[in-house]
Design a protein around this ligand. Structure first.
Ligand code: 9Z3
Length: 366
């Protein structure tokens, strides 16, 4: 584990963090991921490229160490995967830290439609499998961009599943990104659980629902830190789950792990009356650069930028440019126009890049 300085962090948070990483297991995948991150970041430091860490998808909270059941956070990974493409288009190298099997940049165009991937293919007269004529043009254009990102080593894909894997990766990547200085950008679109089961409260085996097998429900067996009462247990026929709060890592990221980078967080709400207030509250609490507030139901066509430098600013896709699925899913509106649909990330990312340029040239506002 890389050493890091906690001297200027809030002591309560620093303690929470120390306890967290001392008592929750380092993911097995981390070393392998570090061995691809190290040369990737060094290459872009050498080339003076900007690098965006884009986090995407929901984190799980496992109820058992050998996980059969888990709690999940809402996110398909659309925001992250789509934004990653626009960051690449805007000259950024992208580390895409995503929930395993959620949407990926480029392949998202073909993996999340009503079609099965086999529907894109057909058999030629000579018996070869080829892309159906109907999809040739779209697929060629996406493939070209994907191949370019690969050829120029601009995109690194790293998967996570649980909130523990996510947090370990976020800390390690943040510290590895320090040599980028102000050229580093954190774009935290992943939907991260606020609650979790610490390792010393997690049972090893599948929780037995049958009272006849209740004797098989034991306490923690991970052997890290002091063992405490299991967080999930049967009370007669009921499953009772008692979750701990996840320590507030954004503060550590801003103050300690990667203080020179631009840091953008997302705030997800369902009640429109509190979105702006909660977004401003987050900006004040963590003193980072930008909060992008979004509502579950309208996130595909409007977001609220809240920054110390720019105040509050709504970014909206004009109604004539919203895709049919977006309007149908949200408002039941019928899109009248035949104009090409516009992805809101094509408006969000250039604005984030512009604010990033301001931070680089003027020094930061926090
Ligand atoms: C978001 O708000 C994302 O925009 C969405 C994207 C999860 C709504 P999809 O992947 O959805 O396009 O389906 N992400 C951040 C959610 C989050 O966990 N924010 C924390 C909070 O609201 C702060 S870091 O407290």
């Amino acid at each position: 584990m890389a050493a890091h300085d906690q001297s200027n962090g809030d002591s309560k948070l620093a303690n929470g963090e120390t306890t967290y990483f001392a008592t929750n297991p380092r993911p097995a995948s981390l070393d392998e991921h570090i061995s691809s991150l190290t040369p990737f970041i060094a290459d872009h430091v050498r080339k003076h490229n900007r690098v965006a860490l884009v986090t995407s998808g929901g984190t799980t909270v496992p109820l058992e160490n050998q996980t059969v059941r888990f709690i999940d956070n809402f996110s398909a990974g659309t925001r992250g995967a789509t934004s990653a493409e626009y960051f690449l288009e805007n000259g950024y190298a992208v580390i895409f830290l995503h929930r395993q099997f959620s949407l990926l940049p480029y392949s998202r165009h073909f993996s999340h439609s009503t079609n099965c991937f086999l529907d894109y293919m057909t058999t030629s007269s000579t018996g070869e499998v080829v892309i159906d004529d109907e999809y040739q043009a779209q697929m060629a254009s996406v493939l070209q961009k994907y191949e370019r990102a690969k050829r120029e080593k601009m995109l690194l894909l790293l998967p996570f599943t649980s909130v523990n894997e996510y947090l370990w990766h976020l800390r390690e990547i943040a510290m590895l990104m320090r040599p980028l200085g102000a050229d580093g950008l954190f774009y935290l679109a992943a939907a991260v659980s606020d609650f979790f089961i610490p390792a010393n409260r997690m049972v090893e085996h599948k929780i037995q629902s049958s009272e006849d097998f209740a004797h098989a429900n034991h306490g923690s067996s991970l052997g890290i830190g002091e063992e405490r009462a299991p967080a999930a247990h049967m009370d007669g026929a009921k499953l009772v789950i008692d979750l701990d709060p996840v320590p507030k890592f954004l503060k550590q990221l801003v103050d300690v792990w990667s203080p020179k980078s631009m840091i953008v967080s997302f705030k997800l709400e369902t009640d429109p009356s509190i979105l702006a207030e909660k977004s401003r509250y987050a900006l004040k609490k963590y003193s980072h650069d930008l909060v992008i507030g979004n509502m579950l139901n309208t996130r595909k066509y409007e977001v609220l930028f809240v920054s110390a430098a720019g105040g509050d600013q709504w970014i909206r896709v004009p109604s004539s440019r919203r895709s049919k699925s977006v309007t149908a899913a949200t408002m039941g509106e019928v899109r009248q126009s035949t104009e090409m649909p516009l992805e809101i990330e094509s408006l969000i990312v250039p604005e984030v890049a512009r604010l990033h340029s301001e931070i680089i040239s003027n020094g930061r506002s926090r």
